[in-house]
Ligand binder design. Sequence first.
Ligand code: AMP
Length: 217
Amino acid sequence: MNIILMGPPGAGKGTQARHLVDTRGMVQLSTGDMLREAKDSGTEMGRVVADVMARGALVTDEIVIGLIREKLETVQGNGFIFDGFPRTLAQADALGDLLAATGQGLDAVIEMEVDDEALVSRITARSTCGNCGEVYNDITKPQPEDGKCSNCGASDFKRRADDNEDSLRTRLMEYYKKTSPLIGYYYAKGLLEKVDGLGEIAQVQAAISKVLDKSSI
Ligand code: AMP
């Protein structure tokens, strides 16, 4: 089963995707993670995208479609979770074509609904474990006092360069202008499912599980 997790920055897509990887053996394909990896390893493409990402703007369709194409050709697993992709109509069309070329399709597009105020406070307080990706929040889930990740024990906490109010404003505008039209696009295909992204992590997990169980029947 292949699904898309959609929602504005800070909606909790990454957290929910990791849970699906752990519990269902699905494969998370996050274009944001792929681009950050390219940036950190200093590749030519990483250099090209660094400034765009720091501003919170979207990287070109060509680059991200290329990254997804490569993964679909090389990675196998118990279904894909597209996290942060597609973000434009052109990317959505390309994804449909790439999946169709291997006889696959999409089973559900899950829109995680959250309000803007919650996003600002989630994002500006966010840090993650650089080793396992566990997400922390300065107010609701502070980093452990012993300085070790509660999930994997590593001591390598990171804050994203684009998790600041200026970049977040641009990221939100990009989402509303270029990505939110995909809600209608997938609704028209009968694939859209909405879940409330504001609840406790476990409640959101349960709501997503319900959608997946229904879609796999
Ligand atoms: P994310 O980790 O999904 O929040 O993505 C971080 C940043 O990477 C975004 O703000 C964009 O600059 C870039 N990015 C990630 N995925 C895409 C995409 N599908 N299309 C264009 N830019 C993307």
